[in-house]
Design a protein around this ligand. Structure first.
Ligand code: 3EB
Length: 341
């Protein structure tokens, strides 16, 4: 009898881990493709694999998000870009100071075009996941709101580089109090599959009331690495259909958000023809008000016991939203017979 054992468990994500080791120690490992630091800046970022993010860490002092390739990586800088790559995977990042551009929209457009062109040039055309951290995301009213201007610049870049909506990557877009926008991404050599959430309107189909350009992202993305199949989950918040639920109400939003994640994990299993729901490996939680940290942490630990979670203070792109959760999950499948468990 041929018995398939799961090759991966939720507790041993092979791709990403949180660590509080020193940046220097982490970078000494040549299979580390990226170290994203949050919290206090503890070292000069000279290595192109290291990126410092301005979002304050809640509940800890400083934590690093560490991404691994199974093999030694190559790294470099290219104009404003920093990147590193392994055989299957590219990490790329850009920090843009919008004061160097006519507008936020043009700065974002420029950043995205550069990231897309680098991914193409280096041979990783499948953009899996993008993290967007921008200053004062909720400032401005109506269509001048900065998040909406950001969406315009981003959409223009996707259009120009001929990405169809079905190729939009998973993403998150979170605000902070700093001055520069930080965008980083992971891209793959191999084809990938994007997944939508049946409980939510696709963001790229949000109606006009949310801005002149719909947000360009997928709800989740499936990637088959040699090491196994992973699901990247976009920032997920208290939105059903296209409407915010439980505005300004933390308990209500946590419930809706966790339900949205549940539905998305179920949909990922369905799309990937897996009998099992993906196992959550890691969570990244954005919280608007630092005082909400304890109740958010409690809800997350109840629902995802034992799953490492990083809590950051960040502004969610709709003012009435208080919390957003993203993460990485593993979908087990048998590497030898390709059958789902
Ligand atoms: C939402 O579902 C909440 O603009 O890249 C989540 C994930 C959100 C990504 C983005 C925005 C983005 O619309 C906000």
């Amino acid at each position: 009898m041929n018995v398939c054992e799961p090759h991966l468990h939720s507790s041993d994500s092979f791709l990403c881990q949180y660590s509080s080791s020193s940046v220097d120690d982490l970078l000494r490992d040549e299979t580390v493709i990226a170290v994203i630091s949050s919290g206090d800046r503890t070292s000069a970022d000279t290595d192109p694999r290291h990126l410092h993010c301005v979002l304050p860490v809640l509940g800890q002092t400083s934590v690093h998000e560490v991404w691994y390739a199974p093999e030694r990586v190559t790294a470099g800088r290219d104009g404003d870009l920093q990147w590193s790559s392994g055989e299957e995977l590219l990490f790329a990042a850009i920090e843009v100071d919008e004061r160097d551009y006519p507008s936020l929209k043009t700065a974002i457009h420029h950043a995205y075009v550069q990231l897309f062109d680098l991914s193409e040039r280096r041979g990783y055309p499948s953009i899996v996941r993008v993290w967007n951290y921008m200053p004062r995301i909720n400032q401005g009213s109506g269509d001048t709101e900065r998040y909406r201007q950001f969406c315009l610049g981003r959409q223009q870049a996707f259009n120009e580089r001929r990405y169809q909506a079905s190729a939009y990557p998973s993403a998150c877009a979170v605000g902070h109090d700093g001055h520069t926008t930080i965008i980083y991404l992971l891209a793959a050599r191999a084809p990938i599959k994007h997944i939508e959430n049946p409980r939510q309107e696709s963001a790229y189909h949000y109606p006009r009331q949310y801005g002149p350009a719909s947000p360009s992202f997928a709800r989740a993305t499936q990637v088959d690495w040699r090491r196994g199949r992973q699901i990247f989950i976009s920032g997920t918040a208290s939105i059903v259909g296209h409407e915010s639920r439980s505005p300004h109400d933390l308990a209500g939003q946590l419930q809706v958000t966790l339900e949205n994640l549940e539905v998305l994990l179920g949909e990922s299993a369905r799309v990937c023809q897996s009998g099992n729901a993906p196992a959550m490996d890691l969570l990244k939680v954005y919280i608007r008000h630092p005082l909400h940290f304890a109740p958010v942490q409690r809800a997350i630990c109840d629902r995802f016991p034992g799953v490492p979670a990083l809590y950051l203070q960040g502004d969610i792109c709709r003012r009435e939203l208080l919390v957003e959760i993203d993460g990485v999950a593993t979908l087990g499948h048998c590497a030898t017979c390709s059958l789902p468990y």
